[in-house]
Write a protein that binds this ligand. Structure first.
Ligand code: ZN
Length: 362
């Protein structure tokens, strides 16, 4: 067991990051030490890397190791941890819940009142090793490729949005519109397809992402700058609209359009984060339609992980087309530029270096 490791850290409250040597952390009594196989880059990480206004207001302190999406092998466990042993392959749930607030006590730990986020409020996963609370380590199990395991967290966002609180029973045989086809939208397209949607309609201005959405199973991919997406969805659904709208863009205009393309009695999951307040015509777009709008954050702990595991381990959803790039962690600058380019799906950093991926998946 080495005593030091490489970690990609924010050393200053400014753009950029540095790959530095730091001590391998020790797990406390209720924690596990995980050797990171793969860590995928999220939009949040890009904000932290670029150090935008959000990051400056949100990140409590530097220096810190960032990154939160990951899978890896348990190397050591704290003395109070009995359900996990070294050698277990796990993925990280990134919402660290307090366990004692009213939402935690009523089984809704993902919206904990005292929520902390891995790699935002705590030391993150862009490193050779990371310490996780044992309760945040999800055992990946058979049938899921290690690289796919490293994107289970954002995939779980898409699963949670698609299933909502109603178990996703409104998807089968109905029309589903997915607005915004970054990686989570790409996943959502495939999940809706897998759950038996009649039509899956993707709305996305970026050509690369629209093509990916088609590859993941969208029947129609609409460029909203080319064609009014509300008219398009109504045309494609005989004037009814989409029974389920999954909003992944956070764009205010797209959110408004989402409520307009939503069928009467339909359901809209809101996952994308708008920059500011959004104005909607609640009378016609929500109240008289009896529309149900649900905010989506994180994943239900751990129902969403069970659903995610089933979808991936049975091959009902193949995420491999979305995992478009892999880089050794020393090539992090290239990895972040690729993520920012808009011509990528999920970009995975391999702290153990390139070539580890194939070896671990073999
Ligand atoms: Zn709590």
């Amino acid at each position: 067991m080495p005593t030091t490791m490489r970690a990609l850290r924010k050393l200053e409250r400014a753009a950029g990051a540095a790959l530095v040597e730091v001590p391998v952390p020790d797990p406390r009594e209720d924690e596990v030490l995980v050797r990171v196989h793969g860590a995928s880059i999220c939009g949040t990480d890009l904000h932290i890397y670029d150090w935008n206004e959000w990051a400056d207001g949100r990140i409590p302190h530097v220096p810190m190791t960032f990154g939160h999406e990951m899978a890896g092998t348990v190397e050591a466990v704290g003395e109070e941890v009995h359900h996990l042993q070294p050698g277990a392959f796990v993925a990280a749930e990134t919402h660290i819940a307090c366990g004692h607030c009213s939402t935690c006590q009523t089984g809704r730990a993902h919206i904990c009142e005292n929520l902390r986020i891995l790699g935002v409020d705590t030391e993150g996963v862009f490193a050779e090793y990371v310490v996780l609370p044992a309760q945040n380590a999800w055992v990946v199990g058979e049938g899921i490729d290690p690289d796919a395991a490293s994107i289970m967290e954002p995939f779980g966002n898409a699963v949670h949005a698609a299933f909502g609180t109603g178990g996703g029973e409104d998807i089968a045989t109905n029309a589903v519109a997915v607005i915004g086809c970054g990686p989570i939208g790409m996943f959502a397209v495939a999940i809706a397809r897998s759950l038996g949607a009649w039509k899956v309609i993707a709305v996305e201005p970026n050509d690369y992402r629209r093509e990916k959405a088609a590859e993941m199973g969208a029947d129609v991919s609409i460029d909203p700058f080319d064609r009014d997406p509300v008219e398009a969805v109504l045309d494609l659904t005989n004037g009814t609209g989409a029974e389920v709208v999954l909003e992944m863009s956070g764009n205010a205009r797209a959110i408004d359009q989402g409520t307009r393309m939503l069928a009467r009695g339909g359901r809209m999951s809101l996952l994308g984060l708008p920059d500011g307040a959004v104005t909607l015509d609640l009378n016609d777009q929500v109240i008289f339609k009896e529309a149900r709008l649900q905010g989506i954050t994180g994943r239900e702990m751990f129902r969403t992980w069970q659903q995610t595991t089933t979808l991936l381990s049975t091959g009902r959803v193949d995420v491999s087309p979305v995992i478009t790039h892999r880089f050794g962690i020393d090539r992090y600058e290239e990895a972040f530029a690729t993520t920012a380019s808009g011509a990528s799906g999920k970009v995975i950093l391999l702290p153990g270096g390139e070539g580890v991926s194939q070896a671990a998946g073999a």
